[in-house]
Design a protein. Structure first.
Length: 543
């Protein structure tokens, strides 16, 4: 510890003359902050913080710029996003039509030897001008010699060609697998569209990406996160090779985004991660400030934009029935009880109102068998959540990770699939706030592909990409929306003692913005850029 001649600690870094939104209990604004090693050691007026400046101190004069605590995106898929970079990008916009996708598939087929897999990603039928799905027969024309597998941006729905169906042995007579559905035409012939676990019948045949491939893609994802000001994220599908890739990058000194792991309960190789964790005595919180086990991720129902979410009344698009549970309620209960009793939190994917209830039933059962206070089991997405369900969430101390960030990119899909009445209770942030439910926020990256500023805008304005307002009665104030992506994120990661606000003792994770988020017109919040991202007291991004 370096002390100056006057006996005062010398800071390593100070930010002065700014407008620092601390997100402390009083929502205080301060001018300056000082950092020593990787921690914040002081906040207050510039005159006070300047007393900690010594010869070795780096001084950043903010010139009035606004600073936030490092942003926490509580549900992303960094390892999945990393490998999507190797696949045909069907994202709309800019992709407008089925014919554009078929051209890209044909171009890829021309590059590859016959028999090699062609993978596409980020596909969304609703956003195409054709307003329908690609068929296996269209894909056959584009790639007659190669199996093709294209996933929807949500990863809950897939389109494949005949070659892929043949390899998977899927015919007219193949029954739907548990937790999935094979779409068929009027004569019962599979159309190439596969819902949920039916996609695994094909994807299990594709060679998995290597640890090196995941790690290389992750470098790009981390650069993107730093540019967006994300300093902590919660990986919602952590698996063995992804965890190896995270460790590989950390071993190479890439300390850029702190990562909490939701360990996927279900693996295509049939392994049992819950058993592995309980065998080793690994509980939630195991790890360090860079890589930490947070929870067991359990897939609950289906997808909102894909039309497979579990609901109480039929959807208008997609499966047009009550949707499905990709994991049976009995299995969700078994996994939840197993994790809970071993001190492991659960993160249960729940989009539809029926799906949310199934998840809450399992958590309620586990808590009744062995009451443990402050477990903060999580509901992921928590999309359609009615007051009755919110009461249960409150009573069970459940911590929702709300996909409010979906609103901009796929909010229109939700309105179309669920209908206007049901979206009244889509990501109900105002009601949750009034009830004292602490929710984090996310956009399920790379299901949608923008950063937290757009998501904060959504929590405030609730307007989709096309300008449609969705349940504006659930909008919250700007300061409250900032809190969702900072302190609340830390809380639902069970890390509010070390993150989520700019206060002495906390990790030195902060972002500098180009505009003042508290005073710009609300419509401009989504366009705010991050100028500097600081993690662990070090600048990891500078515009
Ligand atoms: Zn997800």
């Amino acid at each position: 510890m370096i002390l100056m001649a006057n006996g005062v600690i010398e800071a390593d870094l100070v930010l002065i003359n700014g407008r620092i939104i601390t997100v402390d209990k009083e929502d205080s604004l301060v001018e300056a902050v000082a950092v020593k090693d990787n921690r914040i050691i002081a906040t207050g007026p510039t005159s006070k913080v300047n007393k900690l400046v010594g010869e070795g101190t780096e001084v950043i004069d903010l010139g009035g710029k606004t600073v936030l605590p490092g942003l926490i995106d509580t549900h992303t898929h960094p390892n999945g996003a990393a490998v999507r970079l190797y696949e045909i990008n069907c994202r709309s916009p800019p992709v407008k039509s089925i014919s554009e996708i078929l051209e890209m598939v044909a171009a890829k087929a021309a590059e590859l030897e016959p028999g090699k897999w062609i993978r596409g990603t980020n596909y969304n039928d609703i956003k195409l001008e054709d307003k329908r799905h690609i068929t296996r027969w269209e894909l056959d024309e584009a790639a007659p010699e190669n199996p093709v597998f294209i996933s929807k941006e949500t990863g809950h729905l897939y389109v494949v060609n005949s070659r892929a169906l043949e390899l998977a042995g899927i015919t007219k007579d193949t029954p739907d697998p548990p937790g999935g559905s094979i779409d068929r035409d009027v004569s019962g012939i599979p159309t190439g569209l596969l819902y949920e676990t039916a996609g695994s019948l094909v994807s299990n045949l594709i060679p998995p990406y290597s640890v090196d491939e995941i790690a290389e893609g992750l470098r790009k994802v981390w650069d993107q996160f730093s540019e967006w000001g994300i300093t902590t994220t919660h990986d919602a599908s952590a698996h063995r090779d992804a965890i190896k890739a995270y460790q590989k990058l950390l071993g190479e000194g890439v300390h850029q985004v702190r990562t909490l792991l939701m360990v996927s309960a279900r693996r295509p190789d049939g392994s049992d991660p819950l058993r592995a964790m309980t065998t080793l005595g690994i509980r939630s919180g195991f790890g360090d400030d860079w890589l930490k086990v947070m929870s067991l991720k359990i897939m609950g129902d289906g997808s909102g934009s894909g039309g497979s979410a579990a609901v109480y009344t039929p959807q208008h698009r997609g499966m047009k029935d009550l949707g499905l549970m990709t994991t049976s309620p009995e299995e969700i209960e078994r996994l939840t009880i197993g994790a809970h009793t071993a001190g492991i939190r659960v993160s249960i994917h729940s989009i539809g109102d029926r799906g949310v209830d199934v998840a809450l039933d399992a958590i309620e059962k586990a808590q009744s068998l062995k009451p443990i206070s402050d477990m903060r089991h999580r509901i992921e997405h928590n999309s359609v959540c009615t007051p009755k369900q919110l009461e249960r969430i409150k009573a069970l101390g459940v911590a929702p990770s709300s996909s409010i960030g979906y609103m901009y990119g796929i909010g229109d899909d939700y309105v179309e699939n669920f209908g206007p009445e049901r979206v009244r209770w889509l990501h109900p942030h105002r009601t949750m706030q009034e009830m004292g439910i602490i929710a984090g926020g996310n956009n399920d990256y790379a299901v949608t592909d923008y950063g937290p500023m757009v998501q904060i805008y959504e929590a405030v304005v609730r307007k989709t990409m096309t300008g449609q307002l969705v349940s504006p009665e659930e909008s919250i104030g700007v300061m409250d929306a900032i809190r969702v992506y900072t302190w609340n994120g830390a809380y639902i990661g069970k890390e509010e003692d070390i993150k989520g606000s700019v206060e002495p003792g906390k990790l030195a994770d902060m972002v500098v913005l180009d505009k003042d988020i508290l005073s710009v017109p609300q419509e401009e919040i989504k366009d705010i850029q991050v100028l500097t991202t600081i993690v662990d007291g070090r600048i990891v991004y500078q515009r």
